[in-house]
Design a protein. Structure first.
Length: 404
């Protein structure tokens, strides 16, 4: 039997045997209905999804032997002296060459100081959260318990086990030598928690992730949500007017949904049109605060990714951000229309950035827009530049726009 035929047969059996919990995963960013439909389509032999699934499995297989990371692994320690406290350095800050000791550090926007990534927690947290999402998806589509077991182990080591767990706060994130021991801007580094939350939701029905495990994780997330919404760092980040404020909103809404604080999520989302969309987007779709950066296309996409994610989260509580528009036309679709043509890698971005941007990031944004209103230009761009799946492009498994 050919591998593709065997895979379809296995998926057909798993679709029947997984049970209702796995058929309706309680994801918050990933679309559970789309995932269920994609799994059913694969069971029917839909060849359009074969490549995305193969890519997912290859990535998940590579994670099965990964050593679980913890906050204790870092070689540097926060000002508290507690290894359980998350710690990172601000990436765009460098020693001042005019000072003998280099202090205080000075900012060079967009240029990452490689030393900021050594011996800290930022990369390890991102990898852990991304790995759990990948493994959760692989478990959902295949039923292979190895994926669930590995995802559960990675989560327990970083967040739950008393000996290795991370304390639920970011007091010491993105510290700047000579200036501070941590700051609100560092909160952007926990945006990866959303992928972890969805990855764990996809483990429903697996014995590898028990109810006590899930309850303990909810307790950790609730403690972090409390810190995020009451701390000085949290309030500082909430007040940020650019992408930092947008991603703060994404995190607080996602966490509120994850821990059952639905009214909080709805209230936070209700403020987004006036607080974010109307202030960040110009009538022609430009995002001035992001265009001012040295990586202007990258940051324009980054902030739009946050706003589109907020629109997705709004669907859980009846808040429709896609239909909001100011009288002069400031809205999500206008912002996307401004950057969408640059999905074409041959089209020159009007500003000379210090680093090129992966323009495939625009594709899932086009897909989301198409879910709410068909746009011939967006459809054409997606069809022409959709390409083949690359690592991490899990959205393709539940994509709505035309696939090549």
């Amino acid at each position: 039997m050919k591998f593709s035929s065997l895979l379809v047969a296995v998926l057909a059996i798993l679709t029947i045997s997984f049970g209702r919990a796995a058929d309706a995963p309680r994801t918050i960013a990933l679309r559970s209905d789309g995932l269920v439909a994609a799994r059913a389509a694969l069971a029917r032999g839909d060849a359009r999804l074969t490549a995305p699934l193969a890519q997912l499995r290859a990535e998940a297989d590579s994670l099965l032997t990964r050593t679980p990371a913890s906050v204790l692994d870092k070689t540097r320690t926060a000002a508290s002296g507690d290894k359980h406290d998350y710690f990172s350095f601000a990436p765009y800050w460098w020693p001042d060459p005019k000072q003998p000791d280099g202090l205080p550090y000075i900012r060079d926007d967009g240029k990452v100081n490689p030393d900021s990534k050594r011996g800290t927690d930022s990369a390890a947290l991102a990898r852990t959260c991304g790995s759990v999402e990948t493994l959760g998806l692989a478990y959902f589509f295949t039923g292979d318990e190895r994926y669930a077991q590995t995802a559960a182990t990675l989560t327990r080591v970083w967040f739950l086990d008393a000996a290795t767990r991370m304390n639920p706060h970011l007091e010491y994130a993105q510290a700047i030598p000579g200036i501070n021991a941590g700051r609100g801007i560092g909160i952007i580094e926990t945006r990866h928690l959303i992928g972890l939350i969805d990855g764990l939701a996809l483990l429903a029905g697996s014995p590898a992730w028990s109810k006590p495990d899930a309850d303990a994780m909810t307790t950790w997330l609730a403690a972090y949500y409390q810190w995020l919404t009451t701390s000085t760092n949290g309030r500082d980040e909430a007040a940020a007017e650019n992408n930092h404020g947008s991603w703060y909103d994404v995190q607080t809404v996602a966490l509120a949904l994850a821990v059952g604080r639905v009214d909080d999520a709805r209230n936070l989302l209700a403020a987004v049109p006036a607080k974010r969309i109307a202030r960040q987007i110009e009538p022609d779709g430009r995002q001035p605060l992001e265009l001012a950066r040295t990586k202007s296309l990258d940051y324009s996409c980054f902030n739009l990714e946050a706003l589109v994610r907020l629109a997705r989260l709004g669907e859980h509580v009846g808040v429709d951000l896609w239909t909001f528009s100011t009288a002069d036309g400031r809205n999500l679709r206008t912002a996307l229309r401004y950057v969408a043509p640059y999905a074409d890698p041959a089209k020159t971005w009007p500003k000379e950035d210090i680093k090129a941007t992966d323009r495939a990031r625009l594709l899932p944004l086009l897909d989301e827009a198409q879910r709410h209103e068909d746009d011939a230009d967006f459809r054409a761009l997606f069809t022409k530049f959709g390409g083949t799946p690359a690592p991490g492009q899990y959205w393709r498994l539940a994509a709505r726009a035309p696939r090549r």
